[in-house]
Design a protein around this ligand. Structure first.
Ligand code: FRU
Length: 499
C-alpha cells in the first residue's frame, strides 16, 4: 500500500487541485465497491458524520474528509444534502483548515441553529512547530452569502488536568443556557465527559465540570464524539469510548460506539442511566455516530454513523485510494426504556423490483436464480424455522457473508471470514447477538460493499463492510417455512464529482 510523506498527508485543498481530484474521482467511480444508496467519499477518505441537521427544508450532513487518498491526513468537512434521508446529493467542500487554530485539521463537531443561521462547533486540531498538539473548540457559521466564517478566538481551550485529547464538541441549549459537551482524557489517561456552559454563544464559556454517569467512574482511555439528545421524556447519551475490553459477544471491535438511556441532571452534572450502556451497533464497522439537530420529529431522533472505525484499514478500497462510507440514517425512539433503531422511513422507497419471494418456505417467484444481486433489500418475517442461513456473495464451498440464526440458542451470527477479501480480521470474523425474545424479523440492506441487518424492527443493528470479488456472486438460502422477500435496491446517491 502507498506510503504517505508528511507533506502529502497534511496538504490542504486549493482550486488548482480540481483536475487531480476529478481524475481521482473518475478512477474510483469505476470501483465495484462504490455504493448506490449510501453516502461515500467523493474522493479520498471519509470518517465521522459532522454537523448533522435539518435546516432550510433540508437535511445537511458533513463528513470528515481527507481529499487526496485513503489515509487519515489533514481533515476537511464535505457537505451532502437530502430532502428525505434516503436520496443524498454531493454539495462540495464545506470547511477547510485555514486558521491557526485548525492548522492540522478541522476535526469533528456539531451543528447549531440560531436566528436562521447555521453554526458549527468543531475541534480545531492545532500543532505547533514542535509537533505538539493543541486542541481548540472553534465556532464557525455560514454567512448570508453562503460563505463559511470562523470566530477569531476559540470558545474553549485545553483545560488543566486533561491531555491534548479534548475534542468533538456537541453544542446545545437547555433551559435558556448554552452548553457544550466535549470528549476528553484526563492526565491519568481516563476517558471523561466535560460540560461547559455560557449565557452567550460566542463568548463567556466556563467549565461546569465533568459530567459523571452514575455508577461509572470513567470510560476507557478516551471518550470521542459525545452526543446528548432528548427523546420524549428520556435522554440519550451517545459516545465512542476507546479502550473497552471485549466481553463475550460485546465490544469486539477495536473501538465501539455505545449509549445510555436515562435522565440528565444538569444541576448535579450527572447522567442517571436506566441500565448499563449498550452498543449502538453489533456489526463489524460502526463508530462516531451523531444525532441530527432537528425539529422534524417529536419523540424521535435521527442518527448518522461512520461505517468504519478509527485505526481500521480496508485494503480492497485503500488500494483504489478511497475509504469509508456513512451508514444509512436511522430513526431512534425509546420504547419501555429501550432504544429502538429503524432505517429512516424514506428508505422504504428504495425497494425496487421484487427479485425473489418465498412464503411459508415455498418459492413464489425467483428471478435471481441463485445469483447474488449487487444491491438488495431483504425482508424476513415470523421465522418458524429451527435454523436459518443466508449466504450472500457466496461461491462453491464458500459461504460468503453468512447470516445465520439458531432458534434453539436464540443466536444470530454474522460471519465474513469466508470472503476472499478480508479486513481487520484480527478483531474476529464473526459477530453474535443472543436475542432474548427470539427472532421475529430481519431487514437487510446490501449495497455492493456493505450489509446492514436490522433485527426485530430495530432491537439490534449489525453493520458490516464487505468487499466481494466478481467470482463471489451466489446467494444461498436455507430454512424451513420462512417468509422472505428480496427487492432490488433503487439507486439513491449519485456518484457525482462536486467540489
Ligand atoms: C473519531 C475522531 C474524532 C476526531 C475525528 C478526526 O473518529 O477521531 O475524535 O474529531 O475523528 O477525524
Amino acid at each position: 500500500m502507498r506510503t504517505w510523506t508528511r507533506k502529502e498527508k497534511y496538504r490542504t485543498i486549493s482550486p488548482d487541485d480540481r483536475y487531480e481530484l476529478q481524475n481521482l474521482h473518475e478512477r474510483i467511480a469505476q470501483s465495484r465497491w462504490r455504493s448506490t444508496f449510501h453516502v461515500q467519499p467523493v474522493t479520498g477518505l471519509m470518517n465521522d458524520p459532522n454537523g448533522f441537521s435539518w435546516f432550510d427544508g433540508k437535511w445537511h450532513l458533513y463528513y470528515q474528509w481527507f481529499p487526496f487518498g485513503a489515509v487519515h491526513g489533514l481533515k476537511h468537512w464535505y457537505h451532502v444534502e437530502s430532502e428525505d434521508l434516503a436520496v443524498w446529493e454531493n454539495k462540495g467542500l464545506a470547511m477547510k483548515p485555514d486558521i491557526l487554530y485548525d492548522n492540522y485539521g478541522c476535526y469533528s463537531g456539531s451543528a447549531f441553529i440560531e436566528d436562521g443561521t447555521m453554526y458549527f462547533a468543531y475541534t480545531g486540531n492545532n500543532k505547533d512547530v514542535f509537533g505538539q498538539r493543541h486542541p481548540y473548540q472553534v465556532l464557525a457559521w455560514i454567512d448570508e452569502k453562503g460563505e463559511l466564517q470562523k470566530l477569531d478566538h476559540p470558545l474553549l481551550t485545553q483545560p488543566e488536568g486533561y491531555t491534548e485529547h479534548f475534542r468533538d464538541p456537541k453544542l446545545f441549549t437547555h433551559d435558556g443556557k448554552y452548553y457544550i459537551l466535549v470528549g476528553a482524557q484526563d492526565t491519568q489517561e481516563h476517558g471523561r465527559f466535560l460540560l461547559y456552559s455560557s449565557d452567550q454563544l460566542k463568548q463567556g464559556w466556563k467549565l461546569e465540570g465533568e459530567l459523571k454517569v452514575r455508577g461509572y467512574d470513567h470510560f476507557g482511555f478516551m471518550v470521542e464524539c459525545p452526543d446528548i439528545e432528548k427523546i420524549g421524556d428520556d435522554w440519550l447519551l451517545l459516545f465512542s469510548p476507546q479502550g473497552l475490553e471485549a466481553e463475550g459477544e460485546l465490544y469486539n471491535n477495536k473501538y465501539n460506539n455505545v449509549y445510555f438511556v436515562g435522565r440528565m441532571d444538569f444541576e448535579n452534572l450527572e447522567f442517571v442511566p436506566n441500565g448499563p450502556f449498550r452498543e449502538l451497533d453489533r456489526g463489524f464497522d460502526f463508530y462516531a455516530a451523531q444525532c441530527a439537530l432537528q425539529n422534524q420529529y417529536e419523540n424521535k431522533a435521527v442518527l448518522a454513523g461512520w461505517f468504519g472505525a478509527a485505526d481500521y484499514t480496508y485494503p480492497a478500497t485503500d488500494e483504489e485510494e478511497w475509504s469509508g462510507l456513512q451508514t444509512l440514517a436511522r430513526e431512534l425512539t425509546i420504547e419501555d426504556g429501550k432504544l429502538i433503531q429503524k432505517p429512516a422511513k424514506a428508505l422504504k422507497q428504495l425497494r425496487g423490483r421484487k427479485l425473489f419471494e418465498a412464503r411459508d418456505g415455498s418459492i413464489v417467484s425467483d428471478s435471481m436464480h441463485g445469483l447474488m444481486p449487487q444491491t438488495a433489500i431483504m425482508r424476513l418475517d415470523d421465522p418458524d424455522s429451527e435454523s436459518i442461513e443466508l449466504n450472500l456473495f457466496a461461491r462453491s464451498r464458500k459461504n460468503g457473508f453468512a447470516i445465520t440464526y439458531d432458534k434453539f440458542r436464540r443466536r444470530l451470527v454474522v460471519e465474513r471470514g469466508d470472503l476472499e477479501n478480508q479486513c481487520n480480521e484480527e478483531f474476529g470474523s464473526t459477530r453474535t447477538v443472543t436475542l432474548e425474545d427470539g427472532l421475529k424479523s430481519l431487514e437487510i440492506y446490501v449495497d455492493r460493499s456493505s450489509v446492514e441487518v436490522f433485527v426485530n424492527d430495530g432491537e439490534y443493528v449489525l453493520s458490516s463492510r464487505i468487499f466481494p470479488t466478481a467470482g463471489e456472486n451466489l446467494i444461498r438460502m436455507g430454512g424451513k417455512n420462512i417468509d422472505l422477500v428480496i427487492y432490488e435496491a433503487v439507486p439513491a446517491v449519485e456518484d457525482s464529482f462536486v467540489l
